[in-house]
Design a binder for this molecule. Structure first.
Ligand SMILES: [Zn+2]
Length: 510
């Protein structure tokens, strides 16, 4: 098929620069004599439960707000009014990213999506963040279809969802096949994907393409794979017309065309909604030309959906009650220190070590996002101190490795680690470890010690510890560090914590 760009040469370049910001047009083949139909696809992806509007950090004047599900739904509604037969596709990862998703295990998003009613949604890696049972519950409560052709569920010896759906859009029968990236299991905890297998995407997609080709006019792949990988996989596909992408959060203003497949993706967090308007030669079952717009969902551009606004408000007000709950009384202000021991760091590590019954706990100071003045401790404070949903991991290593690790940390000081169970004296100027003990005893080089830390630190194991991750044993837990802290405050609400000299720099630098 010959790809011909529309006659842009005759028009001044400046016009195209302006136009390309909002609209991209491409003629893929010469217009045939046969009948031409329109296929319109409205899509978004990687919403990450950012249900409230936000101010982007780039690309807009200060004070400009975008996104928010009521507003995004308003944009989708207004496009649906213009294109009543349009396909509305969600590329996955609607879960995870804000308290409301964590506290409802993603059900907040299902509640909202049940009103938006996308034609189809595919499953992203973050839909697994609350475990496979929770995802199955979400799928069963969804009033719209989920599709994924390469997620295998061993408990039922079959696919987790339907691999595809066929949607009638105007005069066209459009198949939508979903899939998730092959390496999905690397980006979540093993517990979250227990019993789930990820099959080879290209093989599975082609299996269904062969099945669908005669029965449909157009084949759309709804991908949760990232745009680079979408371009790669496009080379291994045939008879696929469009890839609607997700996962890499890429705002694609001008779709790539690879192997005659039009590849789109609409950024993330609802900042953009993509609109593909393709002219389809029904006889040849292919796209002859298309227009594409990446529409920024600026607040005030359309009327927000009152129904979604109501759902978002009620979800947030439930959260507000939980977030404003006073659960403790802080007697001495929690102060952060990213160059040495801090009382908040010591408290976090002590409660983590206690919870997991390990010898040692370590926490990167950079992960402690705020201090707290003496006074009431609210649930919200702990969310703000630890906004990331980092889970706890348990490292087992020998005393010899532990000493090596400490020496390496002193020589390569970055993101100072708060500790518990461990005391050590060092000289920061000479970069030298003077002494170290675990729970009052010198480190035994042959003994196995356990360290509880977060999956962010473990994810950058070599950078933090100077040891190869394979050199030690690492056990994942599904438990979020913040939940451990909330649990600790509930158990011991009156907190008076001072630093106790567990880390001493003899040079007195800090
Ligand atoms: Zn993803």
């Amino acid at each position: 098929m010959k790809i011909v760009r529309s006659s842009s040469r005759l028009i001044p370049l400046s016009f195209w620069i302006v136009l390309l910001i909002t609209c991209s047009t491409l003629v893929i083949a010469q217009s045939p004599d046969g009948k031409i139909d329109s296929a319109v696809i409205i899509h978004w992806n990687d919403f990450h439960s950012s249900n409230l509007p936000f101010e982007p950090t780039w690309g807009v004047p200060k004070g400009t707000f975008v996104g928010g599900y009521a507003n995004v739904a308003g944009y989708i509604d207004s496009l649906r009014r213009v294109y009543p037969g349009a396909l509305v596709l969600n590329g996955g990862d609607d879960f995870q990213g804000s308290p409301v998703s964590s506290l409802t295990k993603g059900m907040s998003q299902i509640l909202i999506l049940n009103r938006i009613k996308p034609s189809v949604m595919t499953i992203g890696n973050h839909e697994f963040d609350y475990g496979p049972l929770n995802l199955k519950k979400a799928i069963s409560e969804a009033q719209f279809p989920f599709v994924s052709c390469n997620l295998y569920d061993s408990t039922k010896n079959g696919l987790l969802t339907e691999p595809y759906v066929i949607v009638q859009s105007g005069s066209l029968k459009i198949a939508v096949i979903g899939f998730v990236l092959k390496t999905m299991k690397h980006s979540t905890l093993p517990e979250n994907v227990k019993g789930i297998g990820v099959l080879d995407p290209a093989t599975e997609i082609m299996k269904y393409v062969r099945e669908l080709n005669d029965r449909t006019d157009l084949i759309v792949v709804l991908s949760h794979n990232g745009d680079d990988y979408d371009s790669l996989i496009a080379n291994n596909l045939s008879d696929v017309d469009v890839i609607i992408g997700a996962h890499s959060h890429t705002p694609i203003r001008k779709p790539a065309v690879v192997n005659n497949i039009v590849i789109c993706q609409a950024g993330s967090n609802g900042r953009f909604v993509g609109l593909l308007n393709a002219k389809v030669d029904k006889a040849r079952k292919s796209i002859v030309s298309y227009d594409y717009q990446l529409i920024e969902t600026r607040l005030g551009g359309v009327t927000a959906s009152p129904i979604i606004a109501h759902i978002v408000d009620s979800l947030e007000s439930n959260i507000r009650v939980e977030m404003d709950r006073v659960i403790g009384d802080l007697k001495v202000s929690w102060k952060r220190n990213d160059r040495g021991e801090s009382n908040i760091g010591s408290w976090i590590c002590d409660v983590t070590r206690e919870y997991f019954q390990t010898d040692i706990a370590m926490m990167n100071s950079g992960g402690i996002r705020k201090g707290l003045n003496a006074g009431p401790i609210k649930v919200r404070d702990l969310w703000e101190i630890s906004p990331f949903d980092n889970s706890v991991e348990i490292i087992s290593l020998t005393g010899e490795q532990l000493t090596e690790l400490l020496k390496w940390r002193i020589e390569n000081p970055r993101d100072f680690l708060q500790v518990s169970g461990l005391r050590y004296v060092y000289n920061n100027q000479q970069k030298h470890l003077i002494s170290a003990e675990v729970n009052g005893k010198p480190i035994d080089p042959t003994k196995i010690y356990t360290i509880a830390t977060n999956n962010f630190v473990v994810g950058q194991f070599e950078r933090f510890f100077g040891l190869k991750p394979g050199a030690v044993d690492i056990r994942h837990t599904p438990i979020i560090g913040r939940d451990v802290m909330i649990d600790a405050v509930l158990k011991q609400p009156v907190i008076r914590y001072e630093t106790d000299g567990r880390i001493i720099d003899q040079a007195g630098t800090y």
